[in-house]
Design a protein around this ligand. Structure first.
Ligand SMILES: [Zn+2]
Length: 476
């Protein structure tokens, strides 16, 4: 039953299969690739991910802790010889994922939701389980097949490469779609590895409790939660096997590592104020069309027209001048140049050109612009199918022309919201605490990151996470 999909994939790829016994699961598996190929594929995807996503470097002690716990998990696994690499991503979403070959990623968003090292061991153990059981090795090839079908976006790659979500989506998100059996197997391996490292195995069900609350609260479910089975079911299943459901309370040493860590979206990376995109790091703002759907990323944004027929991408270019960036864009042979424009937008040197791409699925028409903001070249690329381009061209031109330097010092020097720790002097509730000294996030969210309910009595001496700072979402 498990072999059938692999064999059909094999037929599609025409690759050579080898059979071997998986050391983690004890099952015979038909592998499409050798361990060396698996590591090589992982390494390449790791480079793509790290080219589009930022590592979180502001809390070296926290990063060192992730590496330390990760190394212990790797050592206790059946495949300690892999080039295990544990990375912390500067991303507000609650997420963790792994690539074949032992590349494991956790976001700062996930870390700020944890109350103990044992839970961290649970998360890393689960992801390590996917690696040791080789759940991703076959699927990565599948992703490469899928990638060819998005060829039309590949030609816009000079801009898209820096748009984390999109690049990560193309590079790796398909990887995260594990089967229910794969998830249960990774959960069981997590319990095995966490136990072997000496951490409390109750960290595994505890972390699923947290993820279940996160999944309930978000309209956009994190990728690693989007697959069945649901986190509650996974928590109950593991808790039943262990005979315990969770941990007693926060671990003070772990909590100390979270003090000062950025929580939620980092406003310095850009945010929306109504339809205005504000980019403090590069020092500019752009007014997006009112009815477009805008997705702000760690370095730029992706906009989609209301009719979903036009795409707008904005992000940093790797080139040092607008002219160089334009040359790099048109170095792509499939892109045909249109009329070139050179001048200033909002006082900033800029170049712009129409372009078109003819492909099997019909042709795309677009506008590309590169604007110098301080020392950063900003890339703006908009495209639509040729037949509907005229209905979007004006809105896109207006958007590009709205580019202005960011002058307001309050917006330029904006600081992100951060975790602040507090030790309770007397018994209280989060609701009472938040009324006296409000956090920048709603009390329900505060309760979630503390693994309690707002009205639950909390004893004196308990360590609590608060969130302090400017929250652009609260301004909207
Ligand atoms: Zn998983």
């Amino acid at each position: 039953m498990r072999l059938a999909p692999r064999l059909s994939l094999l037929a599609v790829l025409g690759g050579a299969a080898a059979c071997s016994i998986n050391p983690a699961t004890g099952r015979v598996q038909a592998f499409l690739i050798s361990e060396n190929e698996e590591v090589e594929l992982g390494r390449k995807s790791d480079q793509e991910i790290m080219g589009s996503m930022r590592p979180y470097t502001e809390a070296p002690a926290l990063v060192a802790k992730v590496e330390e716990v990760g190394a212990k998990i790797a050592e206790s696994s059946e495949r300690p010889q892999l080039p295990w690499t544990f990375r912390v991503l500067d991303d507000p979403t609650v997420n963790a994922f792994a690539l074949p070959g032992g590349f494991v990623y956790v976001t700062r968003g996930l870390l700020t939701h944890l109350n103990s090292e044992a839970e961290l061991a649970g998360v890393l153990g689960h992801e390590a389980g996917h690696v040791t059981a080789r759940h991703g090795a076959v699927k990565l090839r599948k992703t490469n097949v899928a990638r060819r079908s998005v060829g039309v976006f590949r030609v816009v790659d000079p801009g898209l490469r820096h748009i984390g979500g999109f690049a990560a989506g193309v590079a790796g998100l398909a990887l995260l779609k594990y089967s229910r059996d794969d998830e249960y197997q990774a959960d069981d391996l997590a319990v095995r590895y966490v136990g072997a490292t000496g951490y409390d195995t109750a960290g595994v069900p505890e972390v699923f409790g947290v993820l279940s609350d996160v999944a309930d609260s978000q309209s956009r479910v994190p990728a690693w939660l989007s697959t069945h089975p649901e986190p509650e079911l996974r928590r109950d299943r593991v808790a039943k096997a262990l005979g315990r459901s969770g941990l007693p309370g926060p671990d003070p040493q772990w909590m100390a590592l979270l003090g000062g860590v950025v929580f939620g979206r980092d406003a310095r990376n850009g945010f929306m104020l109504r339809n205005r995109y504000v980019q403090p790091r590069a020092g500019f703002r752009v007014d997006m069309p009112e009815d477009w759907t805008i997705e702000v990323d760690t370095s730029g944004l992706v906009g989609l027209a209301a009719d979903e027929n036009a795409l707008f991408v904005l992000g940093p270019s790797a080139e040092s001048t607008p002219a160089d960036a334009l040359e790099a864009f048109f170095a792509e042979t499939e892109v045909a140049r249109g009329e070139l424009w050179e001048g200033n937008i909002g006082g900033a040197p800029a170049v712009s050109s129409a372009f078109s791409i003819s492909g099997g699925d019909g042709s795309l028409t677009g506008l590309v612009a590169f604007v110098l903001s301080g020392s950063q070249v900003v890339a703006i690329i908009a495209a639509a199918p040729a037949e509907v381009w005229p209905s979007h061209a004006d809105a896109i031109a207006t958007t590009v022309a709205s580019f202005r330097p960011l002058k307001d010092p309050k917006l330029r020097n904006v600081q992100p919201t951060r975790i602040e720790l507090l030790t309770l002097g007397a018994q209280t509730t989060l609701a009472a605490l938040n009324e006296a000294n409000p956090s920048s996030i709603p009390v329900v969210e505060l309760a979630r990151i503390n693994h309690v309910t707002p009205d639950e009595p909390l004893p004196a001496g308990r360590i609590i996470k608060r969130v302090e700072g400017f929250n652009p979402q609260a301004v909207e």
